[in-house]
Ligand binder design. Structure first.
Ligand SMILES: Cc1cc2nc3c(=O)[nH]c(=O)nc-3n(C[C@H](O)[C@H](O)[C@H](O)COP(=O)(O)OP(=O)(O)OC[C@H]3O[C@@H](n4cnc5c(N)ncnc54)[C@H](O)[C@@H]3O)c2cc1C
Length: 365
């Protein structure tokens, strides 16, 4: 089910089957001067159906939001063979209870998504990327907060922490040599801006001046192919982490942005006290850290994971921003949700799937 069924450039909508790859849709829309912003790092191999079912986000979430902001309507197969159409297809509509968002992030527990109507946007005229190399992790997070306070909304503000940098030592050493960096590199920031050419130029000048005034080391690119090559460093991060230890536990927690610095300090303290590595890279502009435990000892990793998830909840965060609950986190969701919320989720599941046939092992405890 990998067909793009209908593009309506006038309405700026596209109707697709769930097996269309995110990257294929982007390529197709580009021919018409349009674009679909949600861009999980897995865009080359993840499907729109999977993106909807997990509520996928990506680096561009800071400016453009995530999958939930683009799904207008769905056709869903329910157990027993009934077809549910959610909608309307229009940009507004309040007649039905809005059932569409129920399926976004439902992880295949409520129905099988068969068709998706997505909102699309005009392709930005221009984009530019800054890659900053920094001697401090905290400084990186502070820069993002400061830029947002100054009214700059980058399309992406991605953070790479010091443990993750250890995992890509080879390419980082090469970069350090090229940029003549002579301090221990603790973090990197990818800041991308896009939009109308004139707006981008204005932000570009502002950012360049701001980085220079703060004596920061950065690479700047306005060339599409170069920008894509630079992003590859960030996209290859997750697979590189395996170099640090043989086992990995991956979470994708989200915090209020104001709590990120304290949380990172907390992670570094934990890392000093347990026999494992903690990497925490990700969509820092959204408060979203991909926290990965790289370890050999199962017991210690389980304990640290639980300490981290409890801390996230204490800080008013959420234990999954985009990857979902799946099988591995379902026993933890009752820490975050109140009993009534959980009870209503179970009743909703029973309406759509009374026999519990759809992904019975995941999401709900
Ligand atoms: C290297 C790497 C980087 C990643 N980066 C990101 C990132 O930046 N942001 C992000 O959000 N995620 C990221 N992910 C996670 C993952 O790619 C996303 O969750 C993606 O949306 C999953 O899509 P998929 O097609 O692979 O779905 P699958 O993994 O096949 O399925 C995911 C879930 O959706 C359900 N599902 C799939 N299709 C349907 C359907 N048609 N109807 C109902 N349920 C369905 C499945 O049952 C399953 O529960 C990354 C993963 C990897 C490996």
């Amino acid at each position: 089910m990998n067909r793009i069924l209908e593009l309506n450039p006038y309405e700026r909508t596209v109707r697709v089957e769930p097996g269309v790859l995110n990257g294929e849709l982007k390529k197709y829309l580009k021919k018409y001067g349009l674009f679909y912003p949600p861009d999980p790092a897995s865009y080359a191999f993840s499907t729109i159906g999977g993106n909807v079912a997990t509520g996928a986000g990506g680096p561009r979430g800071l400016k453009y939001g995530t999958t939930k902001d683009y799904v207008l309507a769905l056709e869903v197969g329910l157990p027993g063979g009934k077809l549910l159409k959610t909608g309307p297809h229009t940009l507004k509509g309040v007649v039905p209870y809005n059932l569409t968002p129920l399926f976004i992030g439902s992880e295949g527990t409520l129905g099988v998504i068969l068709e998706i109507v997505l909102k699309v946007l005009p392709l930005p005229e221009k984009r530019a990327l800054f890659v900053l190399s920094l001697p401090s992790e905290i400084q990186a997070l502070e820069i993002i907060n400061e830029l947002l306070q100054k009214g700059i909304t980058p399309s992406s503000a991605e953070f790479i922490d010091k443990t993750s940098l250890k995992a890509c030592e080879e390419s980082i050493n090469q970069l350090k040599a090229e940029l003549k960096i002579n301090f221990p590199l603790e973090s990197m920031l990818f800041i991308e801006i896009d939009g109308k050419s004139l707006e981008v130029l204005e932000d570009l000048n502002f950012l360049e001046k701001y980085f220079q005034e703060n004596s920061l080391i950065f690479i700047k690119s306005e060339i599409e192919s170069e920008i894509e090559n630079l992003w590859e460093i960030r996209r290859n991060l997750s697979p590189s982490l395996k170099k640090l230890a043989s086992k990995k536990k991956a979470d994708d927690i989200v915090l209020p942005r104001s709590k990120m610095v304290d949380f990172l300090k907390f992670l570094r303290e934990l890392e000093n006290n347990f026999p494992l590595f903690i990497s925490a890279f990700g969509h820092a502009g959204d408060g979203n850290f991909h926290v990965n435990l790289l370890y050999e000892e199962e017991e210690a990793a389980k304990k640290v994971r639980e300490i981290i998830l409890k801390k996230v909840i204490e800080l008013n965060g959420t234990i999954s921003g985009e990857h979902g609950v799946g099988y591995l986190k379902r026993s933890y969701i009752k820490w975050e949700l109140d009993p009534l919320q959980l009870e209503i989720m179970k009743r909703i599941k029973a309406i759509f799937d009374p026999k519990g046939l759809l992904n019975p092992q995941i999401k709900l405890p």
